[in-house]
Design a protein around this ligand. Structure first.
Ligand code: AMP
Length: 395
């Protein structure tokens, strides 16, 4: 059964489409850092323009407390326009008569952008006034923001109660990639998880273990697992209160599918230039911190990835921002790039790691969503997708 309509199901010519994109990119001093999400958003905008729609973009940016010029979308939409080779008319509000006038004055094919949706408190509380205000601007709502589809916010969920709403092409391609992993992953299916916190990923670990052939775990999160396995982890990252639950998973029916590192790069302090060495996992000194998976582990992980039919990767294997501790992540990234099966990379840090290594042009699905992908894999229904369902039967 069809769960949502797409832009192929509607005639957008001459229509004003409000596109919820995910333009939430790193911004420092008004300069856009990694523009991956902007590039990923462009094809949808271009398709709608080519079909004669007027495109009004909406997105949040960061976590402003109310209106704050430092969080204006203006530098982001300027960069988007540069990348796309079109002008983006940046508006200075979210809805109301001035915004309506500016939109109706713009010819078909133009691209306009509302301000940061989080300038209005009603965004995160899914306020019906904001949702109706946004809906009043358009004939059609296109949700293309996979990265925020797990949030029930006014611009992702509430708006869909008021106006015909469809999934954008980027959102559709993200959902298809994750549904392949969930429903019919080419075997063997390997999941590679890293990043700082095991608490962020325990839900997905439990949900995926019965479905995967192997789960390779590195990053800061592996130390709570190593500790639960009985190893001393020195001053490495450890999450109080998680150990029992982690131990239960490890001892559970699928616990033997989890692979933790056999060697670790340890450092004296948490610093870029700290002295460091490689040790076996049962030799982590009391006063040292695990900052990366060791070379034997990285080689083993790469070998498993190379022999997999499908791979999902989320989270760096170490503190990859620092060269000395980036090698584990790099080896995993290179194995993924060389891998011929089906690959999905999710989470800002993993995609950033691939881009940092110049490896982003790979035949993998690079996901624009971190948390949203993890929630899908956990089997949760994303509110932004559920909100589109009511339009399938034209209600
Ligand atoms: P997350 O946001 O959970 O995906 O975690 C990403 C962050 O985890 C990155 O900024 C890494 O630097 C950090 N990280 C990875 N491995 C470690 C580690 N062994 N110790 C501390 N932080 C780590």
């Amino acid at each position: 059964m069809k769960r949502y309509l797409t832009i192929e199901d509607v005639d957008v010519s001459g229509q004003t489409t409000l596109v919820r994109s995910d333009l939430n990119v790193p911004l420092t001093g008004g300069i856009v850092g990694d523009d991956f999400r902007l590039r990923a958003s462009l094809p949808t905008i271009e398709r709608l323009r080519a079909r004669g729609a007027r495109v009004v973009l909406a997105s949040h940016l960061g976590r402003p407390a109310g209106i704050d010029p430092a969080f204006s979308l203006a530098p982001v939409t300027a960069r988007l326009g540069e990348l796309g080779g079109f002008e983006v008319i940046q508006l200075d509000g979210l809805y109301g008569p001035d915004i309506e006038r500016a939109i109706s004055a713009a010819p078909a094919g133009s691209v306009l952008a509302l301000e940061n949706t989080r300038f209005d408190d009603g965004e995160t509380s899914n306020d019906p006034v904001l949702a109706a205000g946004l809906a009043s601007l358009c004939d059609l709502f296109v949700n293309d923001a996979f990265g925020t589809a797990h949030r029930a916010h006014a611009s992702t969920t509430g708006i869909a109660e008021h106006v015909l709403s469809v999934a954008g092409p980027l959102l559709v391609s993200e959902l298809q990639a994750f549904s392949t992993l969930l429903e019919d992953p080419p075997r063997p299916f390997t999941v590679v998880l890293g990043g700082a916190k095991v608490s962020d990923k325990l839900g997905v670990i439990k949900a995926l273990l019965p479905k995967v052939d192997m789960m390779l775990i590195g990053g800061g999160m592996c130390f709570t697992l190593l500790s639960a396995e009985g190893f001393e982890i020195g001053n490495s990252l450890f999450e109080e209160g998680m150990e029992d639950e982690v131990a239960q998973v490890l001892r559970g029916p699928y616990g033997d599918r989890i692979v933790t590192p056999s060697d670790i790069v340890v450092g004296v302090g948490f610093a870029e230039d700290t002295d460091h060495e490689v040790v076996a996992r049962n030799r982590v000194p009391d006063d040292q911190i695990g900052l990366d998976i060791g070379p034997t582990t990285a080689t083993e992980f790469a070998r498993v990835i190379a022999g997999s039919g499908s791979v999902f990767w989320n989270g760096p294997m170490g503190v990859f921002e620092w060269e000395a501790f980036s090698h584990g992540t790099e080896q995993v990234a290179r194995a993924l790039v060389g891998h011929e099966g089906f690959t999905v990379v999710g989470g800002g840090d993993s995609v950033a790691a691939l881009r940092q290594l110049g490896l982003e042009d790979v035949p993998s699905h690079l996901s624009t969503g971190g948390g949203a992908g993890l929630e899908l894999l956990e089997g949760k229904v994303l509110p932004g997708i559920a909100a589109l369902e009511r339009w399938v039967d034209g209600s």
